[in-house]
Design a protein around this ligand. Sequence first.
Ligand SMILES: [Zn+2]
Ligand SMILES: [Zn+2]
Length: 286
Amino acid sequence: MIEVTLLGTGSPIPDPDRAGPSTLARAGDHTFLIDCGRGVLQRLAAVGSGANQLSALLLTHLHSDHIADLGDVIITRWVSSFAPEPAPLPIIGPPGTADVVDAMLRAFGHDIGYRIARHADLPGPPRVEVHEYTDAVVWDRGGVQIRVGPTDHRPVTPTIAFRIEHGGASVVAAGDTVPCPGLDALAAGAGALIHTAIRKDLIAMLPQQRIRDICGYHSSVQEAAATATRAGVGILILTHYVPAIAAGTEDDWRALAASVFDRQIELGDDLHRVEVHPGVCARSRS
Ligand SMILES: [Zn+2]
Ligand SMILES: [Zn+2]
């Protein structure tokens, strides 16, 4: 079984009730954080986990909303890990990830220096291990395999999705993307597809061109659902709602997805949890 928790279902727009884009996937003894938007560590604490318990951080792309709390993840893991010193945090993302991580460590250079000066048991700066991929098997240990495939979020490029396999269960985590052959191939036959979604019907009515621009490089609810149908997945898990799902309108979102995908559809608030079992059989709980 792979357990998926939507830690943050928000978007770049600050929302009092939704943290930034971030999803937790637990498989066996492994805990993977997919993207690390605003407030991620508060949500991680809410499910009894923390930065020092992550097996790896997986980044779909380098848009600010998806990496807003990268520095918090790195620094908090470092200061909250005690002897024995943990292995370096694997950070797996698209090309460009190493630049971003290096810059983040430089940004926190003063802080890192202060803490090393104060605490004799901190032997050195945070240890990370960055891997950049667009199409490869990126993890194969502890009975968990992770494969990366390309998505299409141009002009943001390259962008990737992750397919996590464990004990016959499989989950694909797509970041922001329009429908594309790379995601179709990666998601084919998966137990669940986690997909970001926007309401193009609502966004198209907004007066600001800059906001309407986002329609060109994201999937609508129906497009995400159509991808799930083409790939034949068992469960569609929608997240990253733009605009945020207004109270009482959850069923409208669900109906839009159901118009093109006739299997299980999951969406909801932060901390919504879905169990993905081998095959397409699944149970869920909020
Ligand atoms: Zn994006
Ligand atoms: Zn985004």
